[in-house]
Design a protein around this ligand. Sequence first.
Ligand code: ADP
Ligand code: MG
Length: 762
Amino acid sequence: MQLTQTYRIRGMHCASCASIIEKSLGKVVGVGSAEVNYGTESAKILFDKTKTNPQGLSKVIEPLGYSLVIPSASDMGMSESEHAGHLGLNQSKREKLAELAAMRTKIISIMPMTVIAIVIMAWGILAEFEVVRGIPETWNTSFNWLLALMATYALFVVGKPYLLGVSRFLRYGKANMDTLIGIGTSAAFVYSIIVIAFAVQLRAYVNVDVTYFDVAIVVIAFITLGKYLETRAKIKTGDAIEKLLNLQAKTALVLRDGREVEIPIGQVVHGDLIIVKPAGKIPVDGVLTEGTSYVDESMVSGEPMPVKKIVGDSVVAGTINTSGSFTFKATKVGSETMLARIIQMVEEAQGSRAPIQALADKISSVFVPIVLVIAFVALGVWVLVGAQYLGFSQALSYGLVSFVGILVIACPCALGLATPTAIIVGVGKGAREGILIKDAATLEKLHKVNVVVVDKTGTLTRGKPELVSFQNQSDKSDADIIVILASLENKSEHPIAHAVVSYAKEKNIGLVPVEQFDMIKGKGISGMVHGVQYHVGSAKLAAELGAPLAPLEKDTREGKTPVILAAEGKVLAIAMVADAIKPEAIAAVKDLHALGITVVMLTGDDKNTARFIADMVGIDDVVAEVLPEDKLNKIKELQAAGKVVAMAGDGVNDAPALAQADVGIAMATGTDVAIESAGITLLHGDISKLVKAIRLSKFTMRGIKQNLFWAFAYNVVGIPLAAGVFYPLFGWLLNPVFAGLAMAASSVSVVSNSLRLKSKKL
Ligand code: ADP
Ligand code: MG
C-alpha cells in the first residue's frame, strides 16, 4: 500500500542535512521517494506501508542525528494525517521555543568569554601595529591557559553539536554544516593544545606563542548566535499557519439530550446541533437550523462586511458570529472543514519545493565534501609551497588559519534558506489576503505570466445574473411557460439557470418533474416536460435547432444574455438575463495592463453580450461563443505563441482550461472553495486579488533571487579569500573570526530578507 505522508524532522541544522536525509531515506526498501525541506524542516515521504513504517524510517536517520516526529493519533478522534498537521505544528513550535531557550542560555554563558577573547585578540593585533604595548611575557602564559579553559567550555559545551557532527562524519562518512564547523574549530583547538603542551619541544619548529583558542571561542559564539537569530526568524516565517490555527475554536456548545453541553471540538460529530452565542466562534461547518444573525467571515472569505445568515444558509468554522444567536447542524467536522482544508493546503504549499531551488539544492548536496577537500588542499599548499617563502612555522600558521576559515565560512546554510523561507512567507502572506496557493511551483510560475485569460460569468461579472425581461411567443400562458423553463433550469448548475429559477420562485410559480434531462455543453440544456422535448439555451442553440429567431441585437448590445426556450423547431419564449459587472473588475484589468499583462476574455456567451462587457471593463481581446474544449484550444494556441498563460475561471465547467493553463486560478464564491482544482484559489471570487497574487509572486521571486545571489556571492568571494588566494597578491588573509561572523550574518540576512516580504504592500 503506497502512502504519502509528511513528517516534521528534528535535528536539522542546515540545507545539506536535507540531502543527507533524502538520500538515506531513499535507500530504505519500500520508500518510493523522499522530499526533505529545510525551510519547514519536514519530509514528504512516499512509502509502502507493508514494507516499512515511520518508526523504522526514523531509526534509519537517527544515527545521523535526526529523527521523524511521529504523532500519536489518539486524541480527539482526529485522523493521523490531521494530527500530523495540527498538533505536529504546535509540538514543533514548542520544541523550537525550548531549543531557542537552551541556545540563549548557552549564548549568555559564552558571551563574557567571547568578550575576553576578543579583548586579548585585539590587544595582540594592536600591539603588532605598535599602537599599544605588547602583552607582557608573564601574562601571555596565563592568558593562554585562560583561553584554553574557555575554549574547552566553548567547544565541549556550547559547541557540542559541532563535535557530534565530526563524530558522525568519522563513523558514517556523512558531513553537514556542523561537521565543517566542528572540524574547523577542533583543529584550531587541538593545534593550540599541542603547542602549549609541548612548547619546549616544538619551539624549534613553530611559533609556540601563537595559539587559536580565541578562534574556537569566537567562531562558536558567533555561529551559535547566528543560529539563534536564524531559528527565531524562521519561527516568524511560519506564523501565518499559526494565525489560521488560532481561528479554530477549541470547544463547541452542542445540544445533547435537550441540554446544552460544552464539548471539545474534536468530539463534535456530523448532525450535532450547535449553539452559537453572540460574539462566539463557529466551531465547525454546517447549516443554520434556527435563528438569524450576521457572521463576520472576513478571516476566511476576505469579505469585510458581515454576512446575513438565515435558516438554510451555511456557516463555516473559524468565522465569528456578531450579534444574535443561532443553532446550526454540523455537516463537516475535523479535517473536512474548509478552514482545515485551507490550513492543510497552506502547509503543503509552504513545504513544497520551488523549481528555482533545484540548483541551490544540487550545490548544497555536494558542497560540504567539496569544501572539506578545498580546506585540506589549502592547508597542504600553504605548508608545502608557502614554507619556501615564509618558512615552515609561518606557513603552517597561515595554513591553519586558512583551513579553519574555509570550513567556517563555507556553510551552505544561506543557500538552503534562500528559497524555502521566501516561499513560506509568500504563501503565508497570500493566505492572509485570501489568495490560496497550491504549491511553490505555482507561485514561481505566476510571476512570468504575460497573458491572463478570464471567463466572463462569475469572474468579471457577479455571476449572479437576474432575469430582466421575458417575452412569450407561444400560445401558452406566461405562467405555464415559466413553469417549463424554470423546471428545466432547476436541474442545471449554470448561473443563468439560477436566475431563471429565482425568478420563478419570486413569482411563486411551482416546478414540475423533468425527464431525460441533458446538458448541451456550452450551449444549454434539454429535457422532457409532460411528454414534450424542450431545449433551453443560447441563440446559437436555437439556430442549430432550426428555430427562427427575431434579431436580438439591441438587448445583447446592452450586455444581456438571451435564454431561449424552444420545442419542435419553434421558439416559445425569450428571456433576457443580465449580470452586473463586478465593480473591482475595471480597476483589476487596468492594473493587469499596468503590469504589462494582456487580458483576454473567453466566454460561451453571445458575441454582442461579451463585447459589451469587455468594453465596459477595458478588455481588448474577446473570444465569444466558445465551447469548453475551444477554451482549452485557445489557451494552447496562446501557449504555442510563447505566452505564459494564467486562466481565471469559476472552476466548474472551465476545469480543462484551468488545467491546461500555466497557472489555473479558481474564483471561489462566498465560502465555497474549489481548493483542489486550481493552482491558485482566490477567495471571495475577487478578481482584484489576481493582481495581488501576481504582485506577491513577483515580490517573492525577487526576494528569492536576491537571497540566492547573496548566498552564492558570499561563498564565491569568501572561500578564495579564506583560502588565502589573494595573499600572494595583496597580502589578504581572512581571520577565521570574521569568517564566523560572516557566516552567521549571511544566514540571518537571508531569513530577514524573506521576512521583509511580510510587510510589502500588495
Ligand atoms: P460561460 O461560462 O462563458 O458562460 P458556458 O459554456 O457555461 O460559458 O455557457 C455558454 C452559453 O451557453 C451561455 O452563455 C448560455 O447562453 C448557454 N447556456 C449554458 N447553460 C445554460 C443553461 N442552463 N440555461 C440557459 N443557457 C445556458
Ligand atoms: Mg462558465
